[in-house]
Design a protein around this ligand. Structure first.
Ligand code: URP
Ligand code: ZN
Ligand code: ZN
Length: 455
């Protein structure tokens, strides 16, 4: 007797789409087949798609940043995730000065465990490297965290590292099976341009974009790829948003290097024109949205396979906090929301023919699991995997409104976006956590995922 059978749906994998029933027992996928029978509960998914749960590998929940703390905590952030079909969330632990890596992760685990509604994992952002911390990388891997981030920006925030630190970490990562994730922009050029704009009284959100336009991100992408290639270390570029950077990633991949790229829905949906809007400050994130050519290049990378993952960089702030920068763009806390919009946005794009549904599943579920040490457990609807399952109605009309989202925010950059198709159910390890607009999960249900290093 199975716990659950989802009948008559169309199962979407990265390679194919086929009609099948899916059975769940003990929180795991038991089997897929035709005419399955014998379950405590049966759900008829005729006309619906059955997808593996989304894996958002880039979030900042309750993150102290920009003079405040991002407004979604581990409860509201993972609640919103569940309601958007995301069943695994990777949050960034930020090492504070003088803090050990495991110590930093442990503190966040204590915060997250009682709150998370879906399963979660961590990356650790290293901001203060010395020999002791370098040696702690292996302890962190044993803790289940084999991926580490560095920022080439955020000097004033005390989060930036220099190229020497990056190179040390790349060397180490190649030795121990870790992956270095990089936020790449050129800090000195940004600071120089900001100073100049402020002096000239150019203070609107548009100047956030102009202080870090295409070439500022592109230079940093090229530099970090250069170091990774030279050291034969794998590298993952987070929130890639510009055309030249995309081209450099493609070149490195074509040469056979393990260089991976993530982009985010906001770079695929919006261009820098949003910064000319009255509410432009709400779209302020770093790197900023870029011009049409960059957006087109990212979409091309989505279709060609050169983008490896789409994740959100979910880092919401309230509109009152965004208003701090009404008259000075440097005072706007950097970050946008998207955790509930990621999968619906990409699947809507698939319905419109911009990519295939199979590719959407690959970008949001299969590839994140493989790249970040969850292969065999998450990211696929195969027997033995966790029963993280999304039932998606490709015909459902849905208009995004802040009032129907599940984040702790009072606006959304996605307001008014019309989607064809929407998740109608989310199961996390076989448990129904979302149904028809309503969150049904529980605080503390989500489990910490210890991940495997790269082999
Ligand atoms: O603006 C952003 N992206 N805020 C979150 C921190 C980061 O850079 O990823
Ligand atoms: Zn970043
Ligand atoms: Zn981020």
């Amino acid at each position: 007797m199975f716990d659950l059978i989802i009948k008559n749906g169309t199962v979407i994998t990265p390679k194919e789409s086929f009609k099948a029933d899916l059975a769940v027992t003990g929180g795991k996928i038991a089997c897929l087949g035709q005419g399955l029978e014998g379950a405590k509960e049966v759900y008829d998914a005729e006309g619906k798609f059955i997808l593996p749960g989304g894996i958002d590998v880039h979030t900042h929940l309750a993150m102290p940043f920009g003079g405040t703390v991002s407004s979604d905590d581990y409860f509201t952030g993972t609640r919103a995730a569940a309601c958007g079909g995301v069943t695994t969330v990777f949050d960034y632990v930020i090492q504070r000065k003088g803090q050990g890596l495991v110590e930093a992760a442990d503190l966040r685990l204590k915060m997250a465990e009682p709150e998370a509604c879906v399963d979660f994992a961590f990356h650790v952002a290293i901001t203060d490297l010395n020999d002791k911390i370098l040696n702690e990388i292996t302890s962190c891997i044993a803790y289940g965290i084999p991926s580490f981030k560095v920022f080439t920006v955020y000097k004033k925030e005390g989060m930036m590292v220099d190229d020497g630190v990056l190179v040390k970490l790349l060397e180490k990562s190649a030795q121990v099976g870790a992956l270095i994730n990089v936020h790449a922009e050129n800090p000195d050029v940004i600071d120089m341009r900001i100073e100049q704009f402020l002096k000239e009284g150019k203070t609107s959100a548009w100047y956030h974009y102009l202080s870090r336009p295409e070439f500022v991100e592109a230079e940093a992408d090229k530099r970090v790829i250069h170091w990774a290639k030279s050291l034969n270390a794998p590298l993952y570029i987070v929130h890639l948003a510009n055309k030249e950077g995309m081209e450099e990633v493609i070149r490195a991949k074509d040469e056979g290097y393990p260089i991976y790229a993530e982009t985010c829905p906001q770079y695929l949906a919006f261009t820098c024109d949003v910064y000319k809007r009255e509410d432009g400050r709400n779209f302020v994130c770093s790197p900023p949205m870029k011009g049409q050519e960059s957006q087109d290049a990212l979409w091309q990378g989505i279709r060609s396979g050169d983008i490896d993952t789409v994740a959100t960089d979910h880092c919401p702030f309230t509109s009152a906090e965004k208003d701090w920068g009404k008259d000075n763009f440097t005072k706007i806390p950097n970050g946008c929301m998207g955790i509930e919009n990621l999968y619906p946005y990409l699947l809507d794009a698939a319905g419109k023919g911009r990519l295939s549904y199979n590719r959407a599943v690959e970008l949001v579920s299969a590839n994140p699991a493989k790249l970040f040490g969850l292969a065999g457990r998450k990211g696929s609807l195969q027997p033995g995997f966790d029963a993280d399952v999304v039932v998606y109605d490709p015909k459902k009309d849905f208009t995004i409104k802040q009032t129907t989202m599940h984040s702790a925010t009072d606006y959304t950059i996605w307001e008014g976006t019309q989607l064809k198709g929407y998740p109608v159910r989310t199961y996390s390890r076989g448990s129904l956590v979302y149904k028809d607009g309503e969150f049904l999960g529980q605080k503390g249900y989500g489990k910490y995922l210890k991940r495997n290093p790269r082999s």
